[in-house]
Design a protein around this ligand. Structure first.
Ligand code: NAD
Length: 475
């Protein structure tokens, strides 16, 4: 067992990222010390605070890590899980730095975590913990619209983001930009339409783009396009559920869905919204009437399919199961779902891996849109929607006169429509994901880089170097 591996034989999560970084560094000619600076975590805040739960005082362990200050504010989600530890949060913060650079989001990377199991704690107590955590961040200047802006992650959502904003505002009363202290808020609390599904939709856009490239599809023996592709998704949470829904709508076939308690399988395809309803009503995806149960949830990853989307946790594909994976494409919707050893095994098998630092960047991209909205204090589309509709109406009149033909009411509705917030957010996200994909692919081809992950790291590190150089820190 190498010094980087833990007892279970899997790598320390932070070492996984360092390994990927080092592979990319081979393609970058810059002084070693400068690369070390980019790699290092700038600030790690580990805290303990007491919260009264029932009659007992519980000491809560929590973290906020700011990986890079090359751009400010720092940005990254907050996760609630019993697996939270410093190594994990440092790694996720580092991933955020690289991710933001790839999709041109002008933030440094950060991440936060609280070591609790939200499924076993009442919402009143989760609220208490969230508010106390926020005040600890405020005390140490680890949160603020221009400092560090949290967002949802594993085990957190709009509800927690609202509590964070409310706590921030009550302690920073009168701060006109307070709404921008956190993203992923409900729309009624300054959130942006399209944030909730953004990561899943970004995963869909990224995979769709790959599936449209003939050369890539030929390399794994698949036809171009998403229609009919067999997909397995692990995790039916925020990211997994939305990704599954968009794939399903696009004509892909979701043959298996895996959750903590087990997986379900139907070769002909699962109806994602029906499965979600079943999960809501029964508290489990198992025993869905139109599917077979798979008791050992991990086995679902090993089924025959075209595309595998791990959208739950890190390190789920490791040296012990990588050889059994039959997918031709793996889209890393979760952060770090493949260990470096598994990565090498899969690379040798010819599997295309679309890396997390690109593929799940949809969330932070739309978080950036939310932050901009909060700072501008105006809803997207508010100023131009009606203007665009009026211009379109005039334009249509001219076309009808010139062509001497009346356009149908249905067609008119479509053509006249001015952009709503959701349209602008989704088109911004789609454009970002398409551009990101081609930048990575072009670099991979031009530098003859072995895989998309290393190419994505090279792209990202080059952008960070460029920004440090322009700051004047690097000679
Ligand atoms: P979530 O809490 O909404 O969902 C996670 C889901 O995974 C839950 O349904 C949970 O029951 C399931 N799960 C847990 N353990 C499992 C197991 N062993 N097997 C199968 N399923 C299991 O979290 P999320 O926000 O969807 O995040 C999922 C992943 O995506 C995480 O790695 C997170 O870091 C990453 N991510 C999330 C976002 C975002 O915007 N939410 C953005 C980027 C990356």
């Amino acid at each position: 067992m190498s010094k980087n591996q833990n007892k279970t034989g899997s790598y320390s999560f932070f070492n996984c990222i360092e390994k990927n970084f080092d592979k990319a560094a081979r393609f970058i000619s810059i002084e070693k010390g400068l690369l070390e600076q980019i790699k290092a975590c700038n600030s790690v805040y580990r805290m303990h605070f007491p919260v009264k739960i029932g009659k007992e005082i519980k000491v809560i362990e929590a973290y906020r890590v700011q990986h890079s200050h090359h751009k400010l504010p720092c940005k990254g989600g907050i996760r609630y899980s019993m697996k939270v530890n410093q190594d994990e949060i440092m790694t996720l913060a580092a991933l955020m730095t690289y991710k933001c650079a790839i999709v041109d989001v002008p933030f440094g990377g950060a991440k936060g975590g609280i070591k609790i199991d939200p499924q076993t704690i009442s919402s009143e107590n989760i609220e208490k913990i969230t508010r106390r955590y926020t005040s600890e961040l405020i005390k140490k200047n680890f949160i603020g619209p221009g400092i560090d802006v949290p967002a949802p992650d594993y085990g957190t959502g709009e509800r927690e983001m609202s509590w964070i904003f409310d706590t921030f505002l009550s302690l920073r009363s009168g701060d006109i930009d307070a709404l921008a202290c956190v993203t992923g808020k409900p729309v009624s609390q300054g959130g942006v339409r399209g944030r909730k599904e953004a990561t899943g939709l970004g995963v869909f856009y990224g995979i769709r783009e790959l599936c449209h490239v003939k050369e890539e599809m030929s390399s794994v023996g698949l036809d171009v396009g998403l229609v009919g592709k067999k997909i397995i998704i692990q995790g039916l949470g925020n990211v997994g559920y939305h990704a599954a829904s968009f794939f399903h709508e696009s004509g892909a076939i979701i043959i298996a869905l895996a959750e903590r308690e087990g997986a379900i399988y139907n070769e002909k395809g699962l109806n994602v919204s029906k499965v979600f309803l079943h999960l809501k009503n029964n508290g489990s995806i198992l025993n869905f009437p139109e599917a077979k149960n798979i008791e050992n949830t991990e086995k679902a990853l090993e089924l025959e399919c075209d595309i595998l989307i791990p959208a739950a946790l890190e390190n789920v594909i490791h040296k012990n199961n990588a050889n059994h994976i039959k997918a031709k494409i793996i889209g890393e919707a979760a952060n770090g779902p493949i260990t470096p050893e598994a990565d090498e095994i899969l690379y040798k098998k010819g599997v295309i891996i679309v890396p997390d630092i690109y593929l799940n960047a949809g969330g932070v991209t739309v978080s950036y849109f939310e932050w901009l909205k909060n700072l501008s204090h105006v809803r997207y589309g508010r100023m131009e929607k009606k203007f665009r509709e009026n211009v379109n109406a005039e334009f249509l009149k001219v076309i009808e006169t010139v062509c001497k033909k009346k356009i149908s009411i249905e067609e008119k509705k479509m053509i006249l429509r001015g952009p709503r917030e959701i349209d602008l957010v989704r088109s911004g996200l789609e454009d970002t994901m398409i551009n990101g994909f081609h930048k990575i692919r072009d670099l991979k081809k031009s530098l003859k880089i072995e895989n998309m992950r290393t190419a994505a790291f090279v792209l990202s590190i080059n952008k960070i170097i460029d920004s440090y150089e322009k700051l004047g820190i690097f000679p």
